[in-house]
Design a protein. Sequence first.
Length: 415
Amino acid sequence: MYIILAYAKIILVINLQFTDIEQAIDFVSNRRNFQHGFVHFARFMASINDPQDQFKSVHIAGTNGKGSVTNYLKDILRHSGYKVGTFTSPHLISHLDRIRINDEWISPSAFLYYLNKYLDDIIKWELSMFEIDMLIMSTYFRDQQVDIAIIETGLGGRLDSTNVLHHPLADAIVTIGYDHMDRLGDTLEKIAKEKAGIIKKNAQVIIGKMDPWLENVIMAKARCNHIHHNVYEFQDDTLWVDGRGYKFTNKALYQRHNLAMALNIAKNLPGFVIKYDGLSAVLAKSNWAGRFEIMQEDPLIIIDGAHNLPGIMELKRSITALDQPFNIIFAALRDKDPLSLVRELEPIADELIVTQFPFYRCCPIEDYPDKYAKFADFTAAIEQGIKMKKPLLICGSLYFISDVRNYLLKKCHIC
């Protein structure tokens, strides 16, 4: 239990310690109103001796694909014998899954330990949810002595809380597309500059899939660094990177780029030796949950966290390549221009259902045109989709996909 007494700007905290993980996560998750900015957070991390700089790291930014690249790179490095930390967001199953070592979530006891250890500082400095996650991840990875950590930006790059990393071995920009324009800018050039803001002196820079003129924006920021482009070929179900072939059975076409990106990052990590023997078999089984994930084979159910226009366009390519009819269930956040996204899905949907889910930024079904079937309860929408006994695609916000995935697993529609 704890008591907070406030008078003017003086806050007195008495016996504030968490013993219950759900209460702790609720406390962290609700700290969204503290937005003091990147410089404020950087000063805080410096005040505790920058734990994020006390282990080797890779920093990954991009409009889409960050999580998949992180997952592939983690599997490459684990196969090569390294102890690998990963930091991703948002979470898919539990808040704890954002912070992992060798794919094992941070334990509830460890999360509580670091939260309680820095609780006075968290309150004093008014840290937000993502800043707290970054703090806990940094101190946990430091103390666990990971060989390397793969850290995904939350939003953008230059002003993202993860950009307190001062000495990453590599900085990767996966893709550039329109998203978070209220924060990152209203042109692709502005967005590219924000994401290139993660590039640090002496880091290897790996540039992913984007138009040449956007590559030039990245390269202008990285002109003093070693720059590598994401070079690969795909022939007869084999992905070729640096003269090595990898069998690729994933039905998501966009994952070819993400796997190649991870391989190109791995081969350019100074001081790390990649074990290629047996790697193809490892990567064939490597999948990032919630991204073109097959939840059931008959009838086919696919879930995908495509939540912005570039993601929806890539998803359409992959669904069209399967050459079969699909019903689609869609839900999005209201700040993602959901009407444009759902219109893009119309041509590939036999029937299109829109729904909503319990999250404060969710777009309500009333905002969609009446020509779409509407379900206020997303579980009812899923049950309706399953009753149709046709291939079913469920897509949209990653927060939505998290709820959908948990529901499908609990209902045992997959066996």
